[in-house]
Design a protein around this ligand. Sequence first.
Ligand SMILES: NC(=O)c1ccc[n+]([C@@H]2O[C@H](COP(=O)([O-])OP(=O)(O)OC[C@H]3O[C@@H](n4cnc5c(N)ncnc54)[C@H](O)[C@@H]3O)[C@@H](O)[C@H]2O)c1
Length: 432
Amino acid sequence: MKIAVIGCGYVGLVTGACLANDGHHVVCIDNQKEKIDILLNNKIPIYEPGLEDIISNNLINGKLSFELNIDNAASNAEVIFIAVGTPTDEETGNADLTQIYNCTRELAGVLKENALVIVKSTVPVGTCDEIENILNEKNKHQNFKVLSNPEFLREGNAIYDFENPDRIIIGSDEDNIRDVVKEIYKGRKNEQKIVFTSRRSSELIKYASNSMLAMRIIFINEIADLCERVGADITDVAKGIGLDKRIGPYFLEPGPGFGGSCFPKDARALIESGKKYGAPQTLLESVIKGNESRKKNLSKKISEILDIPSENKIGVLGVTFKAETDDMREAPSLSILPDLTNIGLNISVYDPAGMEEATKLIKNVKWVENSYEVANDASCIIILTDWQEFKDLDLNKIKNAMKRPLIYDFRNIYNPDNMKKLGFEYYSVGRG
Ligand SMILES: NC(=O)c1ccc[n+]([C@@H]2O[C@H](COP(=O)([O-])OP(=O)(O)OC[C@H]3O[C@@H](n4cnc5c(N)ncnc54)[C@H](O)[C@@H]3O)[C@@H](O)[C@H]2O)c1
């Protein structure tokens, strides 16, 4: 099948690469020339484990190509995926659909007969209707179809998630596209888990899923705070809760608050949809408030407990919104690091994948090459993401390098008893 994917970000690149790997002919399009240049040079513009190899193999075998212009690339495609960004509109809290409508306008007029336009981007209810209207106005063939097919992959596990989806949601009001969609996704392990819904239900499923996960995170964070006050242990509490089949064990890990390109923006957009249609999402409103105040209070929490003189050096491990990605969007580090530098602390920072992007966003800190450099002469180390490489550190070496062996671990990556034995002053989340 001839497929075009618009948007070479985390979702578009993974979608394009995996479909090319299945044997489809895929062209991935992005209007950022730097991105296309990097891709044509056999490199990738993002960090995503496993992706570079798949892209490289499929470039070589001719199944995958990259283009700057939609009209060149999309006019031959039977299927066009839209995977452009839908960031928060900072003024309204709504999803900013500029990228969606811009690329739709570019697409209008070049669609081939019977083309399927599949919207992978996360978009508010009714957006596919609007896309269809724009295409209807401008395209010479009127027999194209617009479907909603939200993506659920997690950065850092994106290839696995794309190959092994829990479900594939297809929102379409047309029955006769089912075979085509099955053909596109035929290589997937859970092929049988294709769920056909209306377009509007499909659009809403994505927002409701992300918002539900965000809600669980804020819930467990608040229970963790209570654990700290009453001397309970969140690890045991979460295990006890999660063994209930009705609840399940996932997304019950406390931390510094959620960030990333999806949860905050999708929860905000759902709140705005609720307002627009007169169905207030009050629970989500408090989730967003709770999360924002958690991120704001991180530095306060550290300075209250640790009483570190401002001239001291501290170290930070991890700045991206989670491990195994270079994505800095809405990362907790963007709140905590400026607050700590404002106190006047000297801060050394290391991240395995995010430093290139982070250096553009976080100023007045020293970027170093590894965790041991972070530890050098530090009076405290703060852990903000749970990379395996942090879990595997030689903690004796870390302790010996530090001025004061004090760790504030916002991801609970170490065992508190072990840390005590090793001679650390160790603080974590919700563990007494
Ligand atoms: N990142 C995730 O983990 C994830 C997971 C599931 C769903 N989503 C959703 O998928 C969508 C894409 O997310 P992302 O993280 O891949 O975004 P991204 O910002 O990483 O990538 C979007 C890309 O689209 C390109 N683009 C924008 N307008 C264009 C145009 N007119 N023509 C060609 N290219 C254009 C941009 O240059 C950019 O490279 C969003 O709606 C997001 O909510 C993201």
